[in-house]
Design a protein around this ligand. Structure first.
Ligand SMILES: C[S@@+](CC[C@H](N)C(=O)[O-])C[C@H]1O[C@@H](n2cnc3c(N)ncnc32)[C@H](O)[C@@H]1O
Length: 397
């Protein structure tokens, strides 16, 4: 059964906005001669002004949205990150630059928790591509941390020079990816074409340009060096924009640390011969499926993160590795269980909710193992408490 048949039908105005966006994407495909790369499709579906998923006004985060992120689940997440940031502030300017701040929940948690630790940052800068989310972040911060909201600024562009701590939770997975199909050594780029009848879209493959083919083959050769090639077709993604973004931000980090949390794997696991259909995922009202062409603009489209590529991009820009581990281990090392134990128990229902959220954050079957934390730095000691008991840097190759 097609994903469109089992997903809830959107309200009429949302469906109309989606059709308008589909018309714009079809126009772009027509102007490009009948084919666009999947990265272009994903960029329009997520970020086209006023109509893209992140550029439109729909509710995305939380129980009545499409997905739940860690800071939406529990303030324990922000409290743990605050402990890590406070440690780094001993060696860096007390400033945070958060990318892709979503609803503003993590910013509010970080500001409140750092304040409680006596380490409130002098400046908290947010770089956010979505105008509606910038407005939501303002609302969240004024409501939850009114005394500290004045320290927050929104930057129109990536700062030229960063001093302090860079934080990005679930941002790399939201960056457009290029798709490829490998078959017996030949590489095709998987893009998007219009379906002649019905106003929809479909995947369309064509020979990859030389640079992309070389990048794909080098990536796969490395990943399959030990386990061997897959037997049939192999489809996956290359997160070029995420890699470029990490290289740029790392290059601009003059003094400080960069902490990225997201779902993904080291390269050998990401491009394992058995993972032959890639990691592209769509989220629509808490349903996860694989069809990016359903209701463009109304559903989130994501891909997992190749942490080997992330690490090389950061190290290539001159940063030092500070740690790589599962989210569960990182949060435990930042004291999540002690923080949970300290939460007031007078309202049993509320406490049970926090305990359940902690379980979601830590459980291997939920967010604990698939999600990773990775950190880099320039001019800071290699003693991050979040990576104190175990560190999987060696797995990144
Ligand atoms: C999945 S949401 C995560 C939101 C939030 N960090 C959280 O954990 O709830 C992805 C966020 O990244 C933002 N985003 C995507 N690409 C970005 C970029 N290049 N720079 C800044 N923000 C970006 C989106 O607008 C959105 O706010």
């Amino acid at each position: 059964m097609a994903a469109a048949d089992i997903l809830p039908t959107p309200a009429a105005p949302a469906a109309q906005a989606s059709r308008e966006l589909a018309g714009r994407i079809a126009g772009a495909i027509g102007r490009a001669g009948g084919w666009i790369g999947f990265d272009r499709y994903m960029a329009m579906a997520l970020y086209e002004p006023a109509l893209g998923y992140y550029a439109g006004g729909s509710r995305k985060f939380g129980a009545d949205g499409d997905f739940v992120t860690a800071p939406e689940l529990s303030p324990l997440f922000g409290q743990c990150l605050a402990a890590q940031c406070a440690h780094w502030f001993d060696a860096t300017p007390a400033a945070i630059v958060e990318f892709g701040a979503g609803s503003g929940a993590l910013a509010a948690q970080l500001l409140a928790s750092l304040d409680a630790l006596g380490s409130a940052p002098e400046r908290y800068s947010i770089v956010e591509v979505s105008a509606p989310l910038r407005a939501l972040q303002r609302e969240t911060l004024s409501a939850r941390v009114p005394a500290l909201a004045g320290r927050v600024e929104w930057l129109e562009a990536l700062p030229e020079r960063i001093e302090g701590v860079v934080v990005a939770n679930e941002v790399l997975d939201a960056m457009p990816v290029r798709l490829f199909r490998w078959h017996e050594g030949a590489v095709l780029e998987r893009g998007v074409a219009c379906v002649p009848q019905g106003g929809s879209f479909a995947f369309a493959d064509r020979p990859a340009d030389d640079a992309f083919a070389a990048h794909v083959l080098a990536t796969l050769r490395e990943a399959w060096a030990e386990g061997g090639e897959p037997a049939g077709d192999y489809v996956s993604e290359i997160g070029e924009q995420a890699q470029g973004w990490v290289a740029t931000v790392a290059g601009r980090l003059a003094h400080g640390a960069m902490l990225l949390l997201d779902y993904g794997f080291p390269r050998t696991e990401y491009y394992h011969a058995h993972r032959s259909t890639g990691t592209l995922q769509c989220h629509y009202r808490h349903r996860v499926h694989g069809d990016p062409f359903v209701w463009p603009g109304l559903q989130d489209i994501t891909a997992h993160v190749d942490f080997t590529a992330v690490s090389r991009a950061a190290l290539g820009a001159g940063l030092q590795a500070l740690g790589y581990n599962s989210q569960a281990r990182f949060l435990l090392d930042c004291g999540l269980l002690d923080r949970l134990a300290q939460m007031p128990r007078d309202d049993a229902r509320l406490w049970a909710k926090q305990a359940q959220a902690a379980q979601m954050l830590l459980s291997e079957a939920e967010m604990g193992e698939l999600f990773k934390a990775i950190a880099f730095g320039r001019g800071v000691p290699d003693d991050a408490p979040g990576f104190a008991t175990r560190d999987r840097r060696g797995a990144l190759g």
